[in-house]
Design a protein around this ligand. Structure first.
Ligand SMILES: Nc1ncnc2c1ncn2[C@@H]1O[C@H](COP(=O)(O)OP(=O)(O)O)[C@@H](O)[C@H]1O
Ligand SMILES: [Mg+2]
Length: 346
């Protein structure tokens, strides 16, 4: 006889991603869809660092004799100790539970250095760099910036525009840094002035010895500035290995950031719209290149590949991957997709 399934959504008690009922607004629709199609029971629980042991014991007890499916829906930006949370999920996985998204996958796909690892692939940019230390940054970044005049720096682990900077090198040698989260600008007299200010962003006071997942993961990814960000960012929303929606996010005129918070406009399309044929083909072909980074685990249940337009050598449109999100993708604005998620479990 087949084992009964039990679905658990893990959320964090606080955060700006919450609805009036304290849950993420799309959590209940997703839960209901899964419970209906998979004909199973389930619940939402809250994770906190302090209560992680008690929560683990509770989850083991409540899923005893059942097939446990965990859906993690925490924006890691809300957690102080993400490493401990990843270890918590990994222990649940080791006790036989299925985890979406598994931390072994998040540590690869959700980090910006994936853009560096994949840089030679047709959907990425070959001029991407990654600096693990300030010393490496100080050596190479000034050369890249002086050549290109504009570069984009992304902290390896960040979200919603935090830790993403557009750096401009002016003809007079001064530097302007614009933070994507709020379009706030910082001015520096020269390269030395800029480097001195940026150095502190490299040191975190985390003791590397205590880390399991985040060892050697700090640093900055350095991307070519893509001016066609003015035409927006194109998000392909994917359920496992099936693109289900294309979201075109257009920044406010003149703004660098395409986050909703910064006033960007969003338009939603089905993936079979001929307008998006190229990007969908590109995405489907990219799966083979991404597979090695899943470490034997499945594709995330709900994830995105975000692109910015560029031109190839023949001046044809070319899409360049600007990030992957797989830790807590929301579908609040497209509630009908909950049913699609549910189908995956059937
Ligand atoms: N290479 C790039 N060229 C131009 N703008 C970029 C580039 N990469 C990112 N941006 C802008 O910065 C914003 C934040 O970057 P993103 O990589 O999406 O990080 P996150 O969403 O995790 O903060 C994007 O929404 C986009 O507006
Ligand atoms: Mg983004």
């Amino acid at each position: 006889m087949q084992q009964e399934k039990y679905v658990i959504v893990i959320e964090y008690p606080k955060g700006s991603d919450k609805g009036p009922d304290q849950f993420r607004p799309d959590t209940k629709p997703i839960m209901k869809a899964i419970m209906k199609t998979a004909k199973c029971d389930g619940e939402v629980v809250f994770y906190t660092h302090k209560r992680r042991k008690a929560l683990r014991e509770y989850l083991l007890k409540v899923t005893e004799g059942k097939e446990a499916i965990i859906i993690s829906r925490i924006n890691p930006g809300n957690l102080k100790n993400v490493d401990a949370y990843f270890q918590f999920l990994n222990r649940l996985s080791k006790s036989g539970m299925m985890i979406h998204t598994h931390p072994d996958v998040m540590i690869n796909l959700d980090f910006k250095d994936i853009l560096y690892k994949l840089k030679e692939k047709p959907f990425c940019d070959a001029q991407t760099q990654f600096y693990r230390s300030f010393e490496a940054f100080e050596d190479l970044f000034p050369v890249e910036l002086k050549r290109d005049k504009r570069r984009v720096l992304k902290v390896n682990y960040g979200s919603t525009g935090e830790g993403v900077y557009l750096i401009q090198y002016k003809d007079d040698g001064s530097i302007i840094s614009t933070e994507a989260v709020n379009n706030v600008k910082y001015y520096y007299d020269d390269m030395d002035d800029f480097l001195a200010a940026f150095e502190e962003k490299f040191d975190d006071d985390i003791d590397e010895d205590e880390l399991v997942y985040f060892k050697g993961k700090s640093g900055f990814v350095d991307c070519r500035y893509l001016p066609r960000i003015s035409e927006g960012e194109i998000r392909v929303l994917i359920i496992k290995d099936k693109p289900v929606s294309v979201v075109h996010k257009k920044p406010q005129d003149g703004a660098f950031s395409a986050t909703l918070f910064s006033g960007a406009k969003y338009a939603y399309d089905k993936p079979d719209n001929p307008k998006w044929r190229d990007i969908i083909t590109l995405t489907l072909n990219a799966f083979e290149d991404i597979k090695p980074y899943l470490q034997g685990k499945e594709f995330p249940l709900l994830w995105t590949m975000d692109y910015i337009l560029d031109y190839d050598d023949a001046q044809n449109d070319r899409y360049i991957l600007s990030e992957i999100n797989c830790s807590c993708v929301g579908i609040t604005t497209e509630p009908e997709l909950a049913a699609e998620v549910g189908k995956v479990f059937a």
